[in-house]
Design a binder for this molecule. Structure first.
Ligand code: ASP
Length: 346
């Protein structure tokens, strides 16, 4: 028995994937995704119906702000019951931030939301965008055992499908621009798409026809990357920002930082004032373990929260999401200490 057609909504937000050369001038101009079937007739062979929303204005993803994440979440919520899956076309530069944020904001998601983009414009002969787009559509429409195969927020790029909140853009040059250092791919793509089903997240229930989303993201969340020789002034300046709520502290190795008196004092005082300090490592792979060295233990004693193997993108967007829920201090810390969408491994 052939499966019924899936319906997919493509949301084009901007970025390189949506560019093609003007036939006359050769200049890069935006590609009109509403003409997607004319441009890629092979799409008709996929068992999917496609509709496209193009955001206005489309933006280079370097200009993305939390307001854009809320708008995107609202579009997915408002169209949730009409489609089986969603493909978000996004600039690669900040795609991991947006995709991580959406993984938290789409609270009871039970359908695929696949982010993709490209390094070379879709209208250029050697583009990586065509394959990224077509495979993302196929993944968003895929079903197994009566349910979507990948009912979480994911990111597809160059033959690999990742959990979105585990990804980072690692290369400004290579076509396999994204990595997921601490979590294996949800699917590997060759001649066939091999889904690694045992590591894909599934929702508690598939019964909800409505999607609940978070529309409030907290301000006052900052990132501090430490380095040998960092000045006391810069740390003092960051921790004296008015209305500061949380800092993602990018530390060395397994979560280590200088133990000098001024460093520990600034962090300790901030925590005492109610600022949340979340410790993640600058290393691509591996996890924070604050008990391993004295240099990590001092942070733990100061009240710093362990971020385990979270990416910067996941850490900062999770803090905005969790603090935006306006829960009590204890509940907030509880939400930070547990993975909410598979964003870290304890
Ligand atoms: N600057 C572009 C963007 O992120 C790069 C890309 O799409 O790859 O919007």
């Amino acid at each position: 028995m052939s499966q019924s057609k899936s319906s997919i909504l493509i949301i084009y937000t901007g970025g390189t994937i949506g560019m093609k050369n003007d036939e006359h001038t050769g200049a890069l101009i935006p590609f009109d995704f509403s003409g997607i079937y004319e441009e890629f007739p092979s799409l008709k062979r996929l068992n999917v119906d496609i509709e496209v929303i193009t955001l206005s204005p489309i933006i280079d993803s370097s200009n993305v702000a939390p307001e854009n994440w809320v708008r995107l979440a609202e579009i997915i919520r408002d169209n949730y019951s009409r489609y089986d899956g969603f493909v978000v076309l996004h600039g690669t530069d900040t795609m991991s931030y947006t995709a991580s944020a959406l993984s938290f904001m789409l609270e009871d998601l039970a359908k695929p939301v696949v982010f993709t983009g490209s390094q070379i414009p879709i209208g250029v002969l050697r583009t990586d965008g065509r394959e990224n787009l077509i495979t993302s559509i196929e993944i968003a429409g895929s079903r197994s055992e009566g349910h979507p195969t990948v009912p979480e927020v994911s990111l597809y790029f160059q033959n690999r499908l990742f959990r979105a909140n585990r990804t980072t853009k690692r290369s400004a040059e290579a076509l396999n621009a994204f990595v997921s250092d601490n979590y294996p791919p949800l699917a590997s793509v060759g001649v066939n798409i091999a889904y690694h089903k045992s590591i894909i997240n599934h929702p508690d229930s598939y019964d909800n026809t409505e999607l609940h989303i978070a529309t409030h993201l907290a301000e006052g969340v900052e990132i501090v990357k430490i380095f040998p020789g960092m000045s006391r002034q810069i740390l003092e300046a960051v921790f004296s920002i008015p209305h500061l709520k949380a800092v993602v502290l990018e530390t060395f190795g397994a979560g280590n930082a200088p133990t000098c008196e001024w460093f520990i004092r600034i962090i300790t005082r901030a925590v005492e004032r109610g600022v949340i300090v979340l410790n993640i490592t600058q290393c691509g792979g591996g996890s924070v373990e604050m008990d391993l060295y004295d240099t990590g233990l001092r942070l733990k004693q100061a009240g710093v929260v362990c971020g385990y193997d979270m990416t910067t993108e996941a850490a900062v967007s999770k803090l905005m999401y969790v603090l935006g829920l306006n829960r009590s201090k204890e509940e907030t810390l509880e939400l930070l200490r547990q993975p909410l969408r598979g964003e870290f491994t304890v």
